[in-house]
Design a protein around this ligand. Structure first.
Ligand SMILES: [Zn+2]
Length: 135
């Protein structure tokens, strides 16, 4: 299951009303299309990563034919794979939220302080929901 941790999704419903009245979060159509495309690509990448990662996060068989050390290695790899999976799933969740915010015309607007998120930041993390100060 997806874990709703530090992403701040619990607040999302409260944020839905203020539809960029102040124009702070307004982003023109062209930029929006660009970021939508970026997010789609990012989402595909993540889905691919999750797929590739699934093999590693499978149950480690405690087969006696592998030595104790390699079994520990395998368990460690599994832990890392699970951790990665959690991260990827969280990122996927943020991407879905970014799509929702686009539909509401709130994309690029900080979910917390409502100010515009720096576009350089969006460039690096198109799925980000908060500005640098609030993140
Ligand atoms: Zn902010």
């Amino acid at each position: 299951m997806l874990v709703l941790s530090s992403v701040g999704i619990g607040n999302m419903n409260l944020e839905c009303n203020g539809k960029a009245e102040d124009g702070l979060g307004g982003m023109d159509e062209e930029r929006l299309t660009y970021f939508r495309k970026r997010l789609r690509e990012l989402k595909l990448d993540i889905l691919k990563d999750i797929d590739a990662n699934l093999e590693d996060s499978g149950v480690v068989e405690l087969d006696s034919s592998i030595g104790r050390l390699s079994r520990m290695d395998a368990l460690q790899n599994q832990q890392m794979a699970l951790e990665l999976k959690r991260r990827l799933e969280n990122q996927l969740l943020r991407i879905e939220n970014a799509f929702k915010r686009m539909d509401k015309g709130q994309y690029g607007q900080c979910a917390k302080c409502k100010k515009s998120i720096n576009e350089e930041r969006l460039e690096v993390f198109p799925e980000t929901l908060k500005c640098v100060r609030c993140a």
